[in-house]
Write a protein that binds this ligand. Sequence first.
Ligand SMILES: [Cu+2]
Length: 229
Amino acid sequence: VVVGCVVVIAAAVLIYQVQAPSQDVPSPQRAVHVADSFPQHGQQLPRGPINVVIDTDLDITEVRSLDVRNETRSVTTEQATIDQTKLAARRPLEPTIPDGIYTVSYELCFEDSLCGTGQHSFTVDSSTTQNYLDLRGRSEVTIDLKDIAFTPQEILVSPKTTITWTNSDSVEHYVNTETHPYHTYFLEQNSRALSKGETFSTTFSEVGAYPYHCSAHAHIMRGTIVVQP
Ligand SMILES: [Cu+2]
């Protein structure tokens, strides 16, 4: 009887230990045909994203669900949509979501009749904007592409600011929204190849975080724009 009790208690402790972490942050699970997402699993953002995006490698035929929630509630606004390319599903979020951990969960169906569910999580921590260059209160802001870097790299701007990037390097650069190489998060923030002296402009109307990169130097040439009043 004693041995039996010990085994039962040990099993209970083991089950508790295995299950306990999943109550805080669910472990990531990627559905069939899902190639990437924004935000990515584990990504920390300085402010909420304007929408979540799921990138896929086959045409999406149906979004059965796409939800984003923190511990207490869902933070989505409008319905989920499928992009014109059919290779991305997206859903807008409330403009000002509080700091915390968010879980993205979805069920998508594809051209080959397969459906799949997935989930991942991201974090919003507004204290990380402390070292950002505060350029709020201007209607126009310029960013230099020089020495394979965006300068300034991390900035705060007001809603409705037009940002213009200018390439000052001899090599070609791009301005691309996340993710790489799908570039689906904020479609207006995708430039053509920029030669030396060429510019690209986009107006940022909605409050949110906009991490971006140059797709020719995706791992080293990165920047972040935070739009807030
Ligand atoms: Cu570049």
